[in-house]
Design a protein around this ligand. Structure first.
Ligand code: SF4
Ligand code: SF4
Length: 413
């Protein structure tokens, strides 16, 4: 039986008609060929738990539910509109509540609390930057090494955009609140810079409220539901008064759009204002408030982050942005199969994560290109860890901002 208020509700679980349409889209099913590693298998084990046949404390429940990447490819494929993302988060919350082990406690602490502490993250980032400079990645436990290998070169003094309040360039069309995120600020400063510049250039005053915190996606994915709820509630208050809330990390923007589920008071209104930066910039290009540049004769491979393509059903905007930057866009994977990052999944299933990472890297290398665009930090790290160093991985927004800067087209700063 279920133990928490986050448990999957019967009406949601009953949506699955066991047709199996989702199976070929599921990366863990593709890896194992096992029904228990499929969306249908996982839904059935949740139904068994709801009926009291399987205890969420049982190792079999943790094995089946814990192995899910939460990529939501099954949700996008499902004709019965199964809200898979929500039910798996509920099942993870049950798993964590039923098995309060030291590992569960540590995950809650790391992904539910520490992840929201800006100074702590900055200190950790400085440590990682030092480690990079002394080449000490191999000192870490094996499962952490791909993450360190996939990082950009980190600055010794991590930047922060928290607290920024910058006017629109030209006529103001609205106020955009920027989610600074957990690792986006210290690890992906250039992406934030590009986002701020392009939003301003598109007519938005950009503010990054100091009172904001981590979006809570990692906490929700790891079953730290109470912590996820607290983080979301804090953001709802911090972003009151802005017209749109923008994130340049697909995993975060997907979670912001789910705040109606996490926060009773104001969560739905917040969710309606949440946007991924690729949506906003693509709309500005289409409306003519950001320019399209002529072709630069170069090509870029495009990788679809699951939380952009499957969770938010956004696939055209990154392509439109890259084309507007002058690139020819080359597809690598019509199925949009997960790269194997899955938030913290790669740390818990390193071998399987590497298998998926290698598959994606092979698809990219098959194009012969030296440039790949990805709109999510976790995917970027995973791709870089599995690709040769000569291949650059960048956010589409960064590539577009660089292209505009190269022709002096960014306006005043
Ligand atoms: S989740 Fe949807 S697609 Fe998958 S088996 Fe159930 S009904 Fe079919
Ligand atoms: S979320 Fe991804 S890994 Fe999990 S069942 Fe669905 S398709 Fe498979």
């Amino acid at each position: 039986m279920w133990r928490t208020p986050w448990a999957p509700i019967p009406e949601e679980l009953q949506r699955c008609v066991e047709c199996g349409l989702c199976l070929p889209h599921c990366p863990t099913f593709r890896l194992t060929g096992s029904e228990t590693s499929s969306p249908r298998g996982r839904i059935n084990v949740m139904r068994a738990a709801a009926a009291g046949v399987v205890d969420p404390a049982a190792p079999v429940f943790a094995d089946i539910i814990g192995f899910c990447l939460q990529c939501r490819a099954c949700e996008a494929a499902c004709a019965s509109l199964m809200p898979y993302g929500r039910v798996i988060e509920g099942a993870r919350a049950e798993m964590a509540a039923a098995r309060p082990t030291p590992t569960t406690w540590l995950r809650r602490l790391l992904l539910g609390r520490w992840v929201g502490r800006r100074r702590l993250l900055q200190a950790a980032s400085v440590g990682a930057a030092l480690l990079q400079r002394v080449g000490g990645g191999h000192w870490l436990p094996r499962r952490f090494r791909p993450v360190v290998a996939g990082l950009r070169r980190l600055p010794l003094r991590p930047p922060t955009s928290a607290g920024c309040d910058l006017p629109a360039i030209g006529v103001q069309v609205g106020v955009a609140g920027l989610l600074t995120g957990c690792v986006m600020d210290p690890w992906f400063g250039p992406v934030h810079e590009a986002t701020i510049t392009l939003l301003r250039r598109a007519g938005f005053r950009v503010i990054a409220p100091k009172g904001q915190t981590c979006c809570g996606a990692m906490a929700a994915h790891e079953g730290a539901a109470a912590e996820a709820r607290k983080l979301a509630a804090r953001n709802v208050v911090a972003f009151a008064g802005v017209d749109i809330v923008v994130s340049d990390a697909a995993g975060c923007s997907a979670h912001l759009k789910e705040y109606g589920h996490w926060v009773d008071n104001g969560g739905s209104e917040f969710a309606d204002k949440a946007r991924d930066v690729t949506e906003v910039v693509a709309e500005a290009i289409t409306a003519g408030s950001l320019p399209r540049l002529p072709t630069n004769g170069r090509a870029v491979a495009v990788q679809d982050p699951c939380h952009l393509r499957h969770a938010q059903r956004i696939s055209d905007p990154p392509r439109l942005i890259l084309e507007a930057a002058g690139y020819r866009v080359v597809e690598i994977d019509p199925d949009g199969l997960c790269c194997g990052a899955g938030g913290a999944w790669s740390l818990f299933w390193p071998t399987k994560s590497a298998e998926l990472g290698d598959r994606k890297a092979a698809q990219i290398q098959g194009t012969g290109l030296q440039l790949v665009a990805s709109a999510n930090p976790g995917c970027e790290i995973q791709l870089r860890a599995h690709l040769p160093h000569a291949i650059r991985v960048a956010h589409p927004i960064e590539l577009y901002a660089e292209a505009l800067a190269s022709v002096n087209c960014l306006g005043e700063s």
